[in-house]
Design a protein. Structure first.
Length: 315
């Protein structure tokens, strides 16, 4: 009963906070999603439809044949699919397109104003991702979030709104009202506090910004265990321990105690790899130890959700 009460309090406080932040009367919308759709049995009602069999993505993008039905089956049954790999020229186009003319820098949680001010002051409007990445390292910034306005891009928009991925979203989410958002994260191997790790999503947690959704993680560099790979608890999109319904960060000790260690999937991947994941399941970005990580994320959700993303492209 205490867990249910705490979940209710968290849901109400989030609804109040987001209503004020967006200057919109979205309290009930946020509360319904955050409270009711946190329950596995309610969300599991939203079953995917069968993937359209004749809808395949152009071969010039991926190294191997794309199987949409397999992706949906994997997403539904275990929470992820990591079979796709983009060709190098296509990854180059995606990475080179991110710049401060179509994107903006944000920081999660509380950061040192002195450090972030120096970093932000060093940035120029013409800076691309590679330059932002270099400046983040030279200014000793552990984590940078970049919101991408995909409507101002060419290659990212083409990929994100391709027939293949939109059909995948419509079939998995079971809705024709789909929004797409884009983000990019830079994580550097620097010492941070436990509070910063929580803010930077480097503790296990689950997302709940839509009734149903998924994300596509695109690796912009090779990531091994020293580079802070992404981790996911297999099948936790279908069922989590009841105490983890509360929207808070969960440390590794708690996760290993409550879930089988074999169910923690860690994605050490090559540049251009895609991890398609239902992040209603428990997941985190591991803290980089010796190498930095660059990763783009495409978010597909039912409608506009609770407006947590700065730029949302509604199809």
């Amino acid at each position: 009963m205490f867990i249910l009460f705490k979940h209710f309090v968290y849901s109400v406080s989030t609804a109040i906070m987001l209503s004020k932040h967006n200057n919109k009367n979205i309290f009930f919308k946020v509360f319904i999603i955050r409270f009711f759709y946190a329950f596995d049995f309610i969300r599991n009602i939203l079953k995917p439809t069968k993937f359209s069999p004749n809808n395949f993505y152009p071969n010039h993008s991926f190294k191997k044949k794309v199987n949409g039905r397999r992706i949906i089956k994997d997403l539904n049954n275990k929470g992820f699919n990591d079979s796709l790999l983009l060709k190098k020229p296509y990854v180059d186009n995606l990475e080179n397109e991110i710049n401060l003319q179509n994107s903006s820098i944000t920081f999660k949680g509380a950061k040192s104003k002195k450090i972030t001010y120096k970093f932000l002051k060093s940035l120029k409007k013409k800076d691309h991702l590679k330059t932002i990445f270099k400046k983040s390292k030279s200014n000793k910034i552990p984590h940078v979030a970049i919101d991408i306005d995909i409507s101002k891009t060419k290659f990212i928009r083409e990929l994100a709104t391709s027939n293949f991925f939109l059909q995948l979203a419509k079939d998995y989410i079971n809705s024709n009202k789909i929004s797409v958002s884009g983000q990019c994260y830079i994580s550097n191997p620097l010492e941070t506090s436990e509070k910063e790790k929580e803010d930077n999503a480097q503790y296990f947690h689950y997302d709940l910004d839509f009734k149903k959704f998924f994300k596509i993680f695109i690796y912009f560099n090779d990531v091994d265990k020293q580079g802070g790979p992404h981790s996911f608890i297999v099948k936790s999109n279908k069922k989590k321990n009841f105490e983890h319904i509360i929207s808070k960060r969960i440390d590794d000790y708690e996760v290993k105690k409550k879930y089988n260690f074999k169910n923690i999937k860690t994605f050490q991947k090559k540049r251009g790899s895609l991890v398609i994941e239902d992040t209603f399941g428990l997941h985190k970005g591991n803290v980089p130890k010796k190498k930095s990580r660059k990763m783009m994320i495409l978010i597909y959700g039912e409608g506009l959700g609770i407006n947590n993303y700065k730029y949302s492209y509604l199809t």
